[in-house]
Design a protein around this ligand. Structure first.
Ligand code: ATP
Ligand code: MG
Length: 464
């Protein structure tokens, strides 16, 4: 991250200030605002809890002694919901025991009243700087699992970083094997609910009869076979994150019930009369075109709008050819370690990988590498160890062009599709097409004057 961004990150932070003494709050508020941050005030424990439940803060400054509780209680409550938020304890009652207690519970710093304002400024800046660094380390860790550095996967990672922290519902879409579940894992790991429960349900494998009892639980005797009360996935995910995989497969009658939970934040167990409140962050995934399912009457439009708040599209592997070698290498190491083998890729093997279109995406690549590692007899993994469909496959391009299209138009579409596939890297496109870079630029210039501005993805899916 550039220094300028670093500095920007260290301003405009949200600081919760808890103190029952109005004059103290006023003075401290002024100091914090001068440092360029927002102040959220609370005059007692109850108000502090309400503010903590509303949002995550970047720092909490709290008085130790509050009329209805203590700064320690504030910190305990905070550690449950937002364990990463640093706390600075302020008190007029400095005793060694308090200091020890506060630091044992994880207070970042301990200040005594009257507060030395110069020291306060330094403590605030240091606490924010450290927590910012820690956050970056955590984020990189969770996102590192998503191997890839192509522009498309970088966009995915940026969006994850941007939205993971907000409690917003996320819909992850993409073809089979593109890493939708991995993206869901990263979102959860980067969210403020990362230490809460993370419950995953694959809707597609649940039978129609079982799905509601799975999701909402059931009471004893609700149906034959319900010999005891059972908690559903919503209840188990309370306070955490629920991942509904293959949501497009959900039967319509269950969709109605799901919509209600999402809107009202409450539900009943199957066969139960009691209404139970629930607090979850929802992540959904599907490889179906949900809009199309809506048009076909198989998916409720209102539910579609409710879950399609932030949409994260996992790009197919053929659109990020630049990641193929990196992923292959990642899986080679994984399976060499697992099977205790020493294998390297023959350069031709990697070239075959890059030429292939990977309809099964990353999962297919992973399986191909695992198979090849195990099958190769020598130290080198050569093309002979690869599944047949890859063996001699130059990337097949079926025409897919409607009759009567002029050659120049086909050329235009193909060039744009290659541009999209290779993540906008013009030298790579020129190389792949066997033309000079200048020629490519000239052609692209004429396209930008062309009245049709095609969606490169759509072009590609028609051609590939
Ligand atoms: N960017 C990536 N880096 C490393 N491994 C990946 C990546 N993307 C996917 N994988 C691996 O590929 C496999 C498929 O990923 P995942 O299960 O997340 O895909 P999916 O989109 O949920 O697939 P499906 O639609 O079939 O459910 C997993 O083994 C996963 O570990
Ligand atoms: Mg999946």
């Amino acid at each position: 991250m550039k220094d300028k961004d670093q500095l920007a990150m260290l301003r405009e932070r949200y600081i919760l200030l808890v103190d029952d003494h109005d004059a103290t709050r006023e003075t401290l508020t002024e100091v914090i605002r001068e440092l360029g941050h927002h102040v959220v005030e609370a005059a007692n424990f109850e108000e502090a809890v309400a503010r903590i439940e509303e949002r995550a803060h970047d720092l909490v400054l709290t008085d130790l002694k509050l009329p209805d509780g203590s700064g320690m209680d504030v910190m305990k409550r905070l550690k449950k919901l937002h364990p990463e938020t640093p706390v600075v304890m302020i008190t007029g009652h400095a005793t060694i025991e308090n200091a020890i207690d506060a630091t044992r519970l994880g207070a970042y710093e301990y200040l005594t009243k009257p507060v030395d304002l110069k020291r306060l400024r330094i403590v605030i800046s240091n606490a924010l700087y450290l927590s910012n660094l820690e956050r970056q380390v955590r984020q990189t860790g969770a996102l590192d699992a998503l191997v890839g550095h192509s522009p498309k996967i970088r966009q995915v990672k940026d969006l994850i970083k941007q939205v993971a922290g907000a409690d917003v519902t996320i819909l992850v879409v993409g073809e089979s094997g593109t890493g939708k579940e991995m993206a869901a894992n990263a979102i959860q790991a980067l969210s403020s609910r990362k230490d809460g429960p993370f419950v995953k349900v694959n809707v597609a494998v649940l039978s129609r009869e079982l799905i509601e009892s799975e999701l909402f639980g059931h009471e004893k005797g609700a149906f034959s076979g319900a010999v005891r009360q059972r908690k559903g996935r919503f209840e188990l995910a309370d306070g955490g994150t629920l991942f509904l995989d293959e949501i497009g497969e959900m039967p319509l009658d269950s969709q109605v019930k799901l919509l209600r939970v999402l809107q009202e934040h409450e539900f009943e167990r199957v066969g139960g009369a009691e209404t139970l409140p629930v607090n979850i962050r929802l992540i959904c995934a599907t490889n179906l075109d949900l809009k199309e399912r809506v048009d076909e009457g198989k998916f409720r439009e209102d539910l579609y709008f409710r879950i399609n708040v932030v949409r994260l599209k996992m790009p197919p592997l053929r659109e990020r050819v630049g990641d193929i070698a990196l992923l292959a290498e990642h899986f080679r190491q994984k399976y060499c370690a697992r099977y205790n083998l020493d294998r390297q890729f023959d350069p031709e093997t990697l070239a075959v990988f890059e030429r292939y279109s990977w309809p099964g995406n990353v999962r297919e690549l992973e399986n191909a590498v695992e198979g090849a590692v195990v099958r190769s007899t020598g130290r080198m993994i050569d093309a002979a160890c690869l599944p047949e469909e890859l063996g001699d496959a130059p990337r097949r391009i079926e025409s897919g062009v409607e009759p009567g299209v002029q050659l120049a138009e086909i050329e235009r579409r193909y060039i744009l599709s290659e541009l999209s596939r290779l993540g906008g890297n013009k030298s790579a496109v020129a190389k792949s097409l066997g033309i000079g870079l200048k020629t490519l630029y000239r052609k692209l210039e004429t396209y930008s004057e062309s009245p049709i501005t095609p969606d490169p993805d759509a072009e590609y899916s028609r051609l590939a």
